[in-house]
Design a protein around this ligand. Structure first.
Ligand code: UGA
Length: 437
């Protein structure tokens, strides 16, 4: 299959590289010449484990290439993917679809022969209809179908998620388009990944429903964690106790500082807006959004309480700034609200992150960035684990304790055993671990 991937951002690049790795001929197109030049030189615009090697290998094999201009690649393609950004629109939280529609207009003018146009970007219900209308209007003679094929990739684990998906969702009622999509994903469903063919609107909604459900699951366990702290119970054990029930499942039950990233915050807001517009408000999702927003700010207050009620004049060391490990993505990261809260309360904040410092620097004014974990802790009154990078899981607690001025360890990801932290002289605070506060 010949595939054109418009948008060489996170989703486009990972999907393009993986599809090339299946043996398809893929051209990734992006309007940003600097990005394309960097990719051609083997430099990735994002940090994603394994991506540089996968890209390099497929470029070498001649299956993956990069362009700034889409005309030729689209004209030759069996399938054209739209994988451009859909940020939250300022003001109402609805997804900004201008990049998607712009891509559709450009694609329209270049179509030649029967082509499947696939929306991979996360787009609200009904966007496929509009993409189809735009293409039809711009090129009435074009022979094409518009398909929804949402992605379920987690940052930091995106290549594995693409190659070993739980399911592939394809939204189309066009038999020819379905056949093309089955061919695109043949290497996967031969490996037993179920392929679900649904209506286009159903596929669009499935993506939002999945993210909203996962966001709700996290928010549920986060609120349970607060209750555990208040009544002297352990949220880790509660999560395990409910997660072993197969109807609930153990994943996405890690209590923490609130979800962040480029997907859950944006998609829950957009879904709530779609539902309001449709006259069927999703009160549960609206509450999840509000509870999660409040939670990020509440984490700074938790640190202040752990420091005895005041952080004025104190130095707080933060370990981990990105919204999750194995990414350099700072979008909606809890560290942003936590830092602001601590600074407002009069603390100096020092921070370390294995990959995110360059992205974090402009977003965290007034923060001092450390070169490594132990220099971050040097002379600090409290150490706060914000993101559970593997490098933070087996710290030398004695060395840390000696380097620090204070002995407060706030573990917002529950990666330490409270008893062991106490043995090393720390006043330990986790999330939902029954100590009250
Ligand atoms: C999420 C979904 O997991 C993917 O399936 C989806 O494709 C993607 O959004 C998207 O829409 O593009 P991602 O945002 O990369 O992926 O990362 P997650 O691993 O889902 O984590 C999201 C946030 O939830 C992080 O801040 C993480 O720390 C938090 N989280 C996750 C928890 O607090 N507890 C958990 O148990 C799991």
């Amino acid at each position: 299959m010949r595939i054109a991937m418009t948008g060489a951002g996170y989703v486009g690049l990972v999907s393009g590289a993986c599809l090339a790795d299946f043996g398809h001929e893929v051209v990734c197109i992006d309007h940003d010449p600097a990005k394309i030049a960097a990719l051609e030189a083997g430099r990735m615009p994002i940090f994603e484990p394994g991506l540089d090697a996968l890209v390099a290998d497929n470029v070498r094999q001649g299956r993956l290439s990069f362009r700034t201009e889409l005309r030729e690649a689209v004209a030759q393609a069996d399938a054209v993917f739209i994988a451009v950004g859909t940020p939250s629109r300022r003001g109402d939280g609805f997804a900004d679809l201008s990049y998607v529609y712009e891509a559709a207009r450009e694609i329209a003018g270049a179509l030649s022969g029967y082509t499947v146009v696939v929306t991979k970007s996360t787009v609200p219900v009904g966007t496929g209809d509009e993409v189809e209308r735009i293409i039809r209007e711009a090129n009435p003679a074009a022979d094409f179908a518009v398909v929804s094929n949402p992605e379920f990739l987690r940052e930091g684990a995106a290549i594995g998620d693409f190659k070993r998906p739980d399911r592939i969702v394809v939204g189309t009622e066009d038999a020819r388009a379905e056949a093309v999509m089955r061919e695109v994903y043949r290497p996967l469903y031969l490996n037993a990944a179920p392929i679900l063919v649904t209506g286009r609107r159903t596929a669009e909604l499935t993506k939002y429903a999945a993210n909203a459900f996962l966001a709700a699951k996290i928010t549920f366990i986060n609120e349970m964690a607060d209750l555990c702290e208040a009544v002297g119970a352990d949220v880790q054990a509660v999560a395990r106790g409910i997660g072993l029930d197969k109807r609930i499942g153990g994943k996405f039950l890690h209590a923490g500082p609130g979800y962040g990233g480029s997907c859950f915050p944006k998609d829950t807001l957009a879904l709530a807006k779609t539902a309001q517009d449709a006259g069927t408000p999703l009160r549960l999702v609206e509450t999840v959004v509000a509870v999660n927003d409040q939670r990020k700010r509440a984490m700074a207050r938790k640190v202040v309480r752990a420091c005895g009620g005041s952080v004025r004049g104190k130095t707080i060391a933060l370990l981990g700034l990105t919204f999750k490990p194995d990414t350099d993505d700072m979008r909606d990261a809890p560290s942003l609200a936590i830092t602001a809260g601590l600074q407002d309360a009069g603390a100096s904040v020092r921070a370390y992150d294995p990959e995110g410092i360059e992205q974090a620097r402009p977003l965290l004014p007034g923060v001092t960035f450390a070169e490594d974990i132990y220099s971050c802790a040097e002379g600090a009154d409290a150490l706060v684990i914000v993101t559970e990078w593997n490098a933070f899981r087996a710290l030398d607690l004695d060395r840390l304790r000696t380097a620090m001025r204070g002995a407060v360890l706030v573990d917002l990801r529950n990666i330490y055993d409270p008893a062991i932290a106490a043995q090393h002289g720390f006043a330990y605070q986790g999330i939902g671990r029954g100590q009250g506060d």
